[in-house]
Design a protein around this ligand. Structure first.
Ligand code: PEP
Length: 254
């Protein structure tokens, strides 16, 4: 059965002390929660990952993931990090395909397919991020764009490998803009994504994959979006940088 997941993407924010304080506060608050029917993940900048793992503890309720990794196992790729390096620090989840990586670092679906393979090859879970641009939605090509993003990067995988895939639908026009997809728009696209996975892999696989929504999720809109049947939690940017806001969103997920 698929799980609700709330994941925070800190992007290139927070100094070491700030990151430590936020991680410790979240770890403490999650430990105090009586029941936790969901997974909670933070993705700090890579330089803070070791600190975060140390503060969160290896098997605590707060999971730590990376924002990116390189597709090669090792080599002359200055400034990059491999899956083996992440794993050696206890990182077992990585974001792949965030719209900022696609836009600013020219990562396309074919490169992302290689990153997915490299991560899964190391036993690292992938949170695959994808979603349409504003002009694609306005031009009514958003379903086609999203289907292509799924097929080109993920549909070579075996059904078994899908147990290590989480999907994060993030319409680019909603990321960091304060404009959120309506709960109905989110549900419509999440249902389409699940149907697209079901058509290729069968219903069991599609029902088991968690599909997160990302794009200006805040404490005041999270419950309504997460209440939709095909929305299994969220990938949170700006609101993940404040413990109170992030915990309010975690609580809205149930
Ligand atoms: C994101 O970067 O994945 C994101 C959803 O950002 P924000 O919540 O700030 O829109």
């Amino acid at each position: 059965m698929r799980k609700k997941i709330v994941a925070g993407n800190w992007k290139m924010n927070l100094t070491r002390d700030e990151a430590q304080a936020l991680t410790k506060s979240l770890a403490q608050r999650l430990k105090e929660k009586a029941t936790l029917n969901q997974r909670v993940l933070i993705c700090p900048p890579s330089i803070h990952l070791s600190d975060a793992i140390a503060s969160a503890g290896p098997d605590g309720p707060l999971e730590v993931g990376a924002q990116n990794m390189h597709q090669a196992d090792s080599g002359a790729y200055t400034g990059e990090l491999s899956g083996a390096m992440l794993l050696s620090h206890g990182i077992r989840t990585v974001l792949v395909g965030h719209s900022e990586r696609r836009a600013y670092f020219h990562e396309d679906n074919h490169l992302l397919k290689q990153k997915v393979d490299a991560a899964l090859g190391q036993g690292i879970e992938v949170v695959y991020c994808f979603g349409e641009l504003l002009e694609e939605r306005q031009g009514a090509t958003h379903f086609e764009v999203v289907a292509t993003q799924l097929k080109q990067a993920l549909f070579h995988l075996t059904a078994d490998q899908w147990s290590s895939i989480v999907l994060a639908y993030e319409p680019v026009w909603a990321i960091g803009t304060g404009v959120t997809a309506s709960p109905e728009q989110a549900q419509e696209m999440h249902a389409f994504i699940r149907q697209t996975v079901a058509a290729h892999y069968g219903d069991a696989c599609a029902q088991n994959v968690s599909i997160l929504y990302g794009g200006s999720v805040k404490p005041n809109n999270a419950a309504e979006i997460f209440g939709k049947p095909d929305v299994d939690g969220g990938l949170i940017g700006g609101a993940a940088l404040k413990a109170d806001d992030f915990m309010a969103i975690v609580n809205a997920a149930g």
